[in-house]
Design a protein. Structure first.
Lengths: 115, 261
């Protein structure tokens, strides 16, 4: 078993940020964090993880859950969790996610010049 | 740029600058946009390049267009909005874009979206960036297929009826500039939206509802995330989505063939 820790962005007990809007569409979801300017789309696995990450389960327990539900090996389960947590962090879904600089600013009438 | 070739405007509290190829074009704009013309400088909002100007450094190759004798209207992102040998046609597109900017934000169930709109006689097609933007739309090709580009920086769509809204702008000093080939101005947009062209990447052949919803919500304008997402879901459920590869120059035009009616 690997002893490599999960990325630093992952708390031992990852917790979802409050204030996120979630729309479930078929087996996927569109989520919109209050610290992001744009929404993100979650694939079916990440969508399931929205319910699994309850602020109580540790990362080790989450790996066990994924391993059991998807019937995959430990390393693959760790990789999946790492991937999902990174996706959640990019989407601003975790309590530990950093706010994007422009997240709370309304978009201007015209886009900012880039030339 | 010489002072007599640029115009500074204030619209909805935002200042922007327009540069043109000649003093006469700037005069036409000052007349057309008189209520919004102000003194001073501002960030560049739009630029017209012409046969005698140097073009800009963007991936839309306006320099090349200059060499072909075309007037080219470019926005501040470098996107080409119009190309024509007729300077007034390009000015008409510019005035239409700026007129739309004066329209106040719509009330629900109408959603404001930063999408390209292609207008046919009885329906409209929306296209997400970069489709019909990078590379720029080819007006003559659109006309052959029965479409014209809506000269607006965003579209207002009723998320229940899927009707594209014309902009009700009072513009008494709007000059009698004729629309250019393949262009339609803000006042003639009322069509039902039939399709959304969605930029498919990495061989994606089908857009899931979530992907379409994410695209529409991202393209929407407003401060209420809940509302933007709800309207995006309604639109995603009502409009047929056509995945189009942005890397295939012909794909978007071929896809239009199947959108009639």
């Amino acid at each position: 078993m690997s002893t490599e820790p999960l990325p630093a962005l992952v708390a031992d007990t990852p917790t979802l940020r409050r204030g996120t809007i979630v729309r479930r569409l078929d087996d996927e979801a569109v989520v919109w964090s209050n610290i992001r300017r744009e929404p993100a789309r979650l694939d079916p696995v990440a969508t399931v993880m929205l319910d699994v990450i309850d602020g109580l389960a540790t990362t080790s327990e989450l790996v066990d859950d994924i391993q059991a539900v998807l019937n995959i090996g430990h390393f693959e389960a760790r990789a999946r969790l790492k991937e999902v947590l990174r996706l959640f962090d990019d989407a601003g879904l975790l309590a530990s996610s950093e706010p994007a600089e422009t997240s709370l600013v309304e978009r201007p009438l015209l886009p900012e010049p880039d030339w | 740029v010489q002072a007599d070739r640029q115009v500074t405007l204030e619209i909805g509290g935002n200042r922007l600058r327009v540069t043109t190829t000649d003093a006469n074009s700037a005069d036409i704009l000052r007349t057309a946009l008189a209520p919004h013309v102000v003194d001073g400088d501002a960030l560049l909002g739009f630029k017209i390049t012409g046969p005698e100007s140097g073009g800009v450094n963007s991936d839309c190759a306006p320099d090349r267009a200059d060499q072909t004798g075309l007037y080219v209207l470019i926005d501040c992102t470098g996107a080409v909005l119009a190309r024509s040998r007729d300077r007034d046609a390009v000015l008409a597109t510019l005035v239409s874009h700026i007129a739309a900017l004066t329209v106040s934000h719509p009330q629900p169930p109408v959603s404001r979206l930063r999408l390209r709109a292609l207008i046919a006689s009885d329906h409209a097609v929306l296209a997400a960036t970069p489709l019909f933007t990078r590379p720029p739309a080819i007006e003559r090709r659109l006309v052959k297929l029965g479409y014209r580009m809506a000269d607006v920086p965003f579209v207002d769509v009723d998320s229940e009826s899927l009707m594209l809204q014309s902009f009700d702008v009072e513009w008494p000093s709007l000059p009698r500039l004729n629309d250019g080939l393949g262009h339609v101005r803000f006042s003639d947009l009322n069509r039902r939206v039939s399709h959304l062209f969605w930029p498919a990447s990495h061989g994606v052949a089908r857009a899931s509802r979530a992907l379409v919803c994410q695209t529409l919500a991202s393209a929407s304008v407003g401060v209420d995330r809940e509302l933007r997402l709800s309207q995006a879901v309604r639109l995603a459920d009502g409009i047929s989505t056509v995945p189009v590869s942005p890397g295939d120059g012909a794909a978007a035009y071929e896809a239009l063939l199947g959108c009639g009616g």
